[in-house]
Ligand binder design. Sequence first.
Ligand code: MN
Length: 360
Amino acid sequence: MKMTLRWYGTGHDTVTLKQIRQIPGVTGVITTLYDTEPGEVWSRERIKALKDEVEAAGLKIEGIESVNIHEDIKLGKPSRDKLIDNYIETLENLGKEDIHLVCYNFMPVFDWTRTELARVRDDGSTVLAYTKRAVDELVPEEMFNSISGDMNGTVMPGWEPERMARVKELFEEYKGVTEEDLFDNLKYFLERIMPVCNEYDINMAIHPDDPAWSVFGLPRIIINEENIHRMMDMVDDKHNGVTFCAGSYGTNPNNDLPKMIRGLKGRIHFAHVRNLKFNEFDESGMPTDFEEAAHLSSDGSFDLYEIVKALYDIGFDGPIRPDHGRMIWGEKAMPGYGLYDRALGAYYIEGLWEAIEKSG
Ligand SMILES: [Mn+2]
């Protein structure tokens, strides 16, 4: 595995490349051109400038998270062909700059849903959290306003003001769009982009829906083992793979994370490793309240040792990163993306990896 940290770019991230470089074992970043819009072509010049900046700091771009998919592609509108052409051009430019991993998601409207961005825990740290009650009470367009005060002045991925301005309109467009439609539209997209992925050896790594169930009645498909295998089988190419995000699949306790990892050998191109703590469940055993814990197994509900061991056992050699961290030690940063707790997370994952390797 290659340990990385997500980095949003100079001017967008409170964390610097210099700081990332000082976390032992971290050799690369996962980054993006944060100011581009979905559907826009990324020029080779801009990609190269980003790459030069990262390399000058002694790090490597191990992948892009994300090149976002325009809603018209997810909706299967006629305008999708032109937008997919643009996506292909972006992939081509990334390939020419020797970048071979792209994380993306196929979630309608929202990237991810949390109802609080700064829940205070017993130790005084703050974390992102989800309460079903709050989702049930809110209309989607109010969601943004209810959490935007907690963003510490940052713009969070998936919750950009431009996107939120269109929420109502997008919900109208998704009326009647089923999970089957979404699978069809994903297949269409993947079939179109696979030739360029083969030409430049670009691994596409779909990120799961977070949480792994339908929110606000929108269809969601990348939520469990069965659906990921369906996604891979419908366009059977090794470049059509996944981002294994423990925190997203793990929101559903029916997802057996180590088992899923073992079933995805060779198709996990990128791993997000983090922990969650479930606080309440409904009668069917689904969580109605959870918060993001420290990475340490004993702080949350997941067994991080078993997750890392499964990745080790399948011979995972791609980029891995700690995921959302707690806000600690007075840091002011994008919620989930401070330096300190993610550095602790990276170090912990590296410790697990070393111990597994040496005891193997
Ligand atoms: Mn993730």
